[in-house]
Design a protein around this ligand. Sequence first.
Ligand SMILES: NC(=O)c1ccc[n+]([C@@H]2O[C@H](COP(=O)([O-])OP(=O)(O)OC[C@H]3O[C@@H](n4cnc5c(N)ncnc54)[C@H](OP(=O)(O)O)[C@@H]3O)[C@@H](O)[C@H]2O)c1
Length: 288
Amino acid sequence: MILITGATGQLGYATIESLISKGIPANEIAALVRDEKKASNLINLGIEIRIGHYNDYNSLINASRGIERLLLISSSEMVDRLIQHKNVINAAKENDVKHIIYTGIDIKSFERTAIPHVSQIHKDTADYLKGTGMTYTLLNNTLYADLIALFSGDNVLESGIFFPAGTGKNPFVSRKEMGEAAAVVLTTTGHENKEYAITANTAHSFSEIAEILSDIAGKEVKYLQPDVDTYIKELTKAGIPKESASFLAGFGTAIGQNEFDTDRSDLEILLGRKPMELREFLSSIYGK
Ligand SMILES: NC(=O)c1ccc[n+]([C@@H]2O[C@H](COP(=O)([O-])OP(=O)(O)OC[C@H]3O[C@@H](n4cnc5c(N)ncnc54)[C@H](OP(=O)(O)O)[C@@H]3O)[C@@H](O)[C@H]2O)c1
């Protein structure tokens, strides 16, 4: 039996869809869900729902009973994430789960990063998991291609991309393909105690993304490169809380510093084919 945490979220659902499309019977998949009202799509698929909250150790003990492989999707909450992840790992260990797969981050340095509040937790979780002696696999995910729309701003085809990422490049991967990579690791062997870079073969800058969008739209889409202060000022003027604007700006700075640009990609090997080109992904979003 496989348990997917974060199953009501986007990556969790993409993983479950991929497991099903690989022919894994729904009754061999369980979903950790904290609010059953959000799980109707999973229930419709015939997935077993196990109620659990990362903060509630007993619920995790119940949820991980009889599980062989567990995909721990990192928490989306910004407080107590390490405690939450440790709870899932400890409960899995107590239940003798054979293999834990954790979705972390592929970043060059945990010490010199513009987003330590986001990335350090992944290193701490990975270190903790390794320290338990359990069989693990680390899926070190780059940034989702799906975030490009959020980073670029509203009405991007009309207004241009407004994001402080300079000339930095990022090897974006769609959530769907990340879910597929997780499903491969959950259903095949040879991944024990390995770390994978879930990154595209090619990294793209936002000026390259603007060129692709220009081709898709059949008109020029500009890449406006505001500095961080201007970016935060403009977003707050548009009603976005300063904290959220600063959070997004941190990602711009990290991309600008090429923090995710890497020579390593294990995605093609895991998928058994070339990952989707960014142009194709952007066409699916903007080419309608
Ligand atoms: N690589 C990237 O670009 C990137 C970007 C954003 C986030 N992330 C990380 O990757 C994770 C998965 O991404 P996503 O897009 O699938 O995020 P998402 O759609 O926000 O899903 C997060 C999932 O975690 C569950 N969750 C959060 N806190 C929990 C708790 N205390 N107990 C039990 N479940 C809890 C959520 O449950 P509810 O549905 O009940 O809220 C949801 O199912 C995120 O959580 C975040 O850590 C990565």
